[in-house]
Design a protein around this ligand. Sequence first.
Ligand SMILES: *Cc1c(COP(=O)(O)O)cnc(C)c1O
Length: 389
Amino acid sequence: MSTFLAAPALTRPATPVAPVQLLVDLAAVAHNTRLLRSRSADHLMAVVKADGFGHGAEAVARTALASGATALGVTSLAEAFALREAGITAPLLSWLNPVEADFEEAARRDVQVAVPGPAHLAAVCASAERTGRPAQVHLHVDVGMARDGCPPELWRRLCLQAREAERRGQVRVVGVMGHLGCADRPREHCNRIWTGAFAAAARTALRSGLTPRIRHLAATAATLTNPSARFDGSRVGAGLVGIDPSGSTELRPAMTVTARVVDVREVRAGTRVGYGHAHTTTGRTRLALLPLGYADGVPRAAGGHASVLLRGRRRPLVGAVSMDQVVVDTGDDVVRPGELATVLGPGDDGEPTVADWAGWSGTIAHEIVTGLGRRVPRVPRVSAPVGRS
Ligand SMILES: *Cc1c(COP(=O)(O)O)cnc(C)c1O
C-alpha cells in the first residue's frame, strides 16, 4: 500500500465531527405532546409544516404520534406526500392548496384536504369524479383573520354545496376548521368574538345536513390558555417543539444548535473585523471563528446584539454576520480550534435561547427555528441535550 494512502489515517479523528449540528430533543417533543394532549379535547393534530418547524418533519411526526397525537397536519400537498413516502399512515390533513393542486393524488394517498370556498370544492369534486372515490375534506371557515378560509358571507353556500356533493358521493365532510389571529394575547376581546363565530359556523354546517366529526379551532396558544376554543380537538405546531406564543414556560424547547470553532486569532486594539468593518476591537483580544452564518439561519439583523456559549461563558458576536461564518470575541480566554460553541438551546446551561435570538433580530421564535438552513444536519436524540448529563 502506498504511504500516500496510509498517511492521512494517522491524523484523522476517530469519529468525524459535524461543524454545525442541530440536535433535536425528541424527549422534549414527547413531553410537549403529552402536555398539549392533556389540555385538548379528544383530537390532537400535530402540525409538522415547514419541516416540523425546522426540527425535521418525520421525527417530530413519529414522536408526536407515539405520545398522544391522533393526526398530522401540514400546509401543502407536497409536505403531505413526503410524510406518506416516509411510511407514515396516520390521518393527515393539508390545508393550503391552489385550486389546481393534485387532489386526485391526495385521495389516492389518503390525504385529507381543507376546502376554503366554492371554487376549491368544485375542484375537489371534479377530482373525485375521476378517482371514483369520495374525498375526505375539512371545511375551513375564516372567523376573522381575513387571511385564509371561507369568508363568512360564503360559508352557508359552501356548506349547502358540500352537502350536495356528499349526496353525489364526491366528498365526505369529516371536519370544520378555523384559526384564531390573536390567541397569543388571550385577554384580547377578539378571541371571544372569533370563538363565537366559529361555534356559529359549525352550527350552520350541522343545519345544512353535514355531520363533521371534528370541529377544530385552537392552535398552541389557545389550547394552553382558552378552554372555550377547544371544541373537539386542537392543531398544535409551535408547542410541539417548545414554543409557546402565549409566553408560559410549561413547554420544553426541543432544539440545540452547536458549532465547532474553526480557527482562533489574537488581535490588537483597533482591529477592524469582518465585512464593512462593522466592529473595531477596543483592546487586545482573541477572536474565534464559527462556521455558520445567515445561510444557516443566523439572522444578519442579530449582528452586534447576539452572543453564544463557549467555554462556559457568553461571548459576543462581533462584526457583521456573513453568509457562512460569524466571529466571536473570547477576550483573554485561549479557546482552541475544535471547541464546541452552543449557539442556541433550552438555556439550561446559560446558552442563548430561541427567544433570545428572536429578540436580537426583531422577530418571533417561529422565524428563528424555521429559518435554520438546509445544510445544517438535523440530529434526532432521545437523551438530554448537550451539556446535561
Ligand atoms: C401553523 C398553523 C397551526 C399551528 O399553529 P401553532 O401556533 O404553531 O400551534 C394551526 N393551524 C393553522 C391553520 C396553521 O397555519
